[in-house]
Design a protein around this ligand. Structure first.
Ligand code: GLN
Length: 487
């Protein structure tokens, strides 16, 4: 038996049945992590000691016959933008290179309450702004399938760590694709829940009206299991949703026959790499053969989504990042007066992309430009939402490519923000409309993974997960592992 191939539930069951100990599981993953880090660089902080202490506590509980949680001994990576009490949490930014939070995010709290073990904090683009993890203030992460390629972003460290087998699963955040696009590039499952399904408390805010945390896993079942344990109302987040969390693993058992799968033509046009298009179309044909009814649909507002996103997001970023002033959080640069402390701390602490968005955001919100940009973007947002709502009267789930290409060369788009933003074309509409979506592996193009995006209606996680699960069961893509070069 290979510990590295066991599902999260099987890991827990093995620990409870004393087939192996939590310590053995955690040692197994930590040894992988150490081996992988020299070529992948998926972690800003590895928490080996803390992980072993947590694992021992689980083993003690098992030994004394105490009940253990649903994630007993399961080793997780956590994106560094998610606050972990007592453990460095930088958000990928130099301005927080010394920040040790005095509290933890609700999502972390909930998973720790289930006896999960944190093996480390994953690298990410600075404050989640980017699509390649090259905007990390510390170092870029490599794609385990080809170390000369990016892992995607912004949660690239989480995706790469799961793909490389450095942890059993991981958490990321998705404001405009940051879970799904790296999942697609690294050949793993990445799930962005409905806005509000999961608490945002303790996530470093990027764009508060769009941010959601979600899981990365090797299988749909593992992702559903983690979502189950993370989701639900939280008194610390007024935007969290009060609807009861369904049992996603039972939803799997519902038949998919008759489920209507919409294929929106706007997601298959210009810019989509021909091989990616072919692979995604083949996946849709596969789903049809499994019993879903494929329906061509149209979402005519899609061409406005990227522009609206790149107005709304910087606007919210410019407000949210005002808190990093060198006074209350992170690194303070000395100065002659308060103004100089602010400008030096922010000037030296933030990277180029963050500064670009703060400036853009300040501009689109400023008097005289607000109506032309921000208000227009909000109008586009309302139209996009209405467009999806209309289509979801005809179909239950939408299928699209997750990204227009496979993982690109490290460095190839780093100095071209617009080319980087174009990568987000199929993922951002989902955040704008607040919908749930999952990316699952559906093939390879020249040795690099391709992702299929399944989008659900509001709180339709159950539908997209059961469809994803049926596809996964009928294919082999999720069983493929990268042979990491450079080891
Ligand atoms: N690439 C997108 C951006 O740079 C996604 C960010 C995210 O989802 N956190 O804004």
């Amino acid at each position: 038996m290979d510990i590295g191939e066991l599902s999260l539930r099987a890991l827990r069951q093995g620990v409870v049945a004393k087939k192996f100990s939590a310590t053995e599981v955690v040692r197994y993953y930590i040894s992988n992590l150490k081996k992988n880090e020299s070529s992948i660089h998926a972690f800003i902080t590895a928490t080996e000691e803390g992980a072993l202490v947590q694992a021992r506590a689980v083993d003690d509980k098992v030994a004394s016959g105490e009940p253990v949680g649903e994630l007993a001994g399961v080793p997780l990576g956590i994106k560094d933008i998610i606050n972990t009490k007592g453990v460095l949490s930088t958000g990928g930014s130099k301005i927080l290179r010394n920040y040790i939070p005095p509290y933890r995010a609700t999502v972390v709290e909930r998973l720790l309450n289930q006896d999960a073990v944190v093996v480390g904090k994953n690298n990410c683009d600075e404050f989640a702004m980017g699509g390649s993890t090259e905007n990390s203030g510390f170092f870029p992460t490599s794609n385990p399938w080809d170390v000369t390629k990016v892992p995607g972003g912004s949660s690239g460290g989480s995706a790469a760590a799961v793909a490389a087998g450095s942890c059993a699963a991981a958490l990321g955040t998705d404001t405009g694709g940051s879970i799904r696009q790296p999942a697609s590039f690294c050949g793993v499952v990445g799930l962005k829940p409905t806005y509000g399904r999961v608490s945002r408390y303790g996530l470093m805010a990027m764009a508060s009206s769009l941010d959601q945390a979600g899981p990365f896993a090797r299988t749909v079942e593992d992702a559903a299991y983690l979502l189950q344990l993370m989701a639900g109302w939280d008194k610390h987040d007024a935007t969290s949703r009060a609807e009861p969390v369904p049992d996603y693993l039972t939803e799997f058992k519902k038949p998919i026959k008759g489920l209507r799968l919409g294929v929106p033509q706007e997601f298959f046009g210009e810019g989509l790499a021909p091989e990616v298009k072919q692979i995604v179309e083949a996946a849709i044909i596969k789903l049809e053969s499994l019993g879903v009814k494929v329906v061509p649909v149209s979402l005519p507002t899609m061409p406005y989504a990227l522009a609206a996103y790149y107005v709304i997001t910087p606007a919210e970023v410019s407000a949210n990042l005002a808190r990093y002033d060198g006074m209350r959080f992170g690194v303070r640069q000395p100065g002659q007066n308060l103004y100089e402390v602010y400008t030096k701390s922010r000037g030296q602490g933030f990277g180029a992309e963050v500064k670009r968005r703060i400036m853009l955001g300040t501009y689109v919100l400023s008097a005289g430009y607000y109506d032309a940009y921000y208000r227009q973007a909000l109008r586009a947002r309302a139209a996009i939402k209405a467009d999806f709502a209309r289509v979801f009267e005809q179909v239950d789930v939408l299928a699209t490519p997750t990204a227009p290409t496979t993982a690109f060369e490290l460095g190839s788009k780093a100095n071209d923000p617009l080319a980087m933003y174009m990568q987000d074309i199929y993922v951002v509409p989902v955040n704008i409309a607040g919908l749930p979506a999952v990316s699952i592996p559906c093939g390879f193009s020249q040795g690099l993974p391709v992702g299929l995006q399944l989008i659900g209606r509001t709180l339709g996680e159950g539908d997209i997960l059961r469809l994803a699960q049926v596809y996964e069961q009928a294919t082999e893509w999720h069983t493929m592992r990268p042979g990491i070069s450079g080891q």
